[in-house]
Design a protein. Structure first.
Length: 188
């Protein structure tokens, strides 16, 4: 089995996160899932809400096809500026500064890593940004052995929403023994 090295832009974005004291970057296990999703849509329009320092963006970029484009949005102006620098040499990548709804102008998306705005505050709006067959990736869940899934002793309504939405085929995958992601595809 060949193990791929961590992409150089991921290393750069992780350094920026460390320098900025930003502790919410995606973990490598999620990053590899993002690369896989980008590879699956070689001509796709790929989006991310919650750029942070650009770690997830760099993982998406590592699978970006020659005919694809990637747009990401970050509300923290300084983080967005620094993340944009990681991709300054690639015109397929746009780093926007502002509210996640700036993505609406670029939709529909073939891949959407919703790691910031929208995930909790407008889940219907998130789904509405997906193209038919578009992939949605949501991380930062805690695995639950129960159905419906539970978190903190209560039904996890947000996770349940995405897993049972009639416009999606969705599943939950373990990313580590203590974390999971919801991966969904929009029905045609």
């Amino acid at each position: 089995m060949t193990v791929r090295p961590i992409p150089p832009r991921v290393v750069t974005a992780e350094r920026i996160a460390s320098e900025a004291g930003f502790k919410k970057s995606c973990i490598p296990e999620v990053g590899k899932l993002l690369r896989l999703a980008a590879v699956a849509k070689p001509q796709g329009v790929i989006a991310e809400s919650g750029t942070g320092s650009g770690v997830g963006t760099a993982w998406l970029h590592s699978g970006l096809g020659a005919g694809a484009r990637l747009v990401t949005v970050e509300r923290d102006g300084e983080l967005a500026r620094r993340a944009a620098g990681v991709f300054a040499d690639d015109d397929r990548v746009s780093v926007l500064t502002g509210d996640w709804r700036l993505l609406e102008q670029q939709a529909p998306f073939d891949v959407f890593f919703c790691d910031g705005g929208g995930k909790r505050d407008d889940p219907e709006g998130v789904i509405g940004l997906l193209a038919p067959g578009g992939l949605l990736i949501l991380d930062d869940f805690t695995p639950s052995p129960h159905w419906p899934p539970r978190f903190g002793g209560e039904v996890d309504e947000l996770r349940l929403f995405y897993l049972t939405h009639p416009a999606l085929d969705a599943t939950e995958v373990l990313t580590t023994p203590a974390s999971s992601a919801v991966v969904a595809a929009r029905r045609s």
